[in-house]
Design a protein. Structure first.
Length: 143
């Protein structure tokens, strides 16, 4: 089969009067959603932007929480899920607005739950998740 001629659909002709639909609309929406969640993603979506990384001994969850006080942060591990919740308070004129933020991350079972630590400095929360000894790589000497 050979394609002789292809005419790109004319969305303006198909759309109701006064409504113009972009053929890239779905892609634009998806990119805006992804970028909104990763850059400032806080107050608009209620989701905390996080970065998860690991090394040989620990896994780290880094959450950006600018403008949040230490007392307004809650970190909890239950049923293999690390949940970070926070409340950002903003003073506008004579009233105070609060924005609830949260993020839940599935944690592998190989994490030592009793040794988890969290530190909050300069608007960044870092949760350290130590790996179990059985999971850590070991060097074997060849004799």
């Amino acid at each position: 089969m050979r394609l002789v001629q292809y005419t790109y659909p004319n969305y303006r002709a198909l759309a109701p009067a006064g409504f113009v639909r972009s053929p890239w609309g779905g892609l634009e929406d998806e990119i805006n959603r992804l970028l909104g969640a990763s850059t400032c993603g806080g107050a608009e979506t209620g989701r905390i932007p996080v970065e998860v990384r690991e090394d040989q001994t620990n896994a780290y969850v880094r959450a950006e929480l600018p403008g949040v006080r230490r007392e307004d942060i809650n970190v909890e591990l239950a049923d293999g899920t690390l949940t970070i919740t926070a409340t950002r308070k903003q003073q506008t004129g004579d009233r105070e607005e609060t924005f609830p933020l949260s993020r839940a991350i599935t944690v592998p079972e190989t994490v030592q739950a009793d040794k988890i630590g969290a530190a909050y400095e300069n608007g960044v929360l870092t949760v350290t998740l130590p790996k179990a000894e059985a999971v850590k790589p070991r060097k074997i000497v060849v004799g």
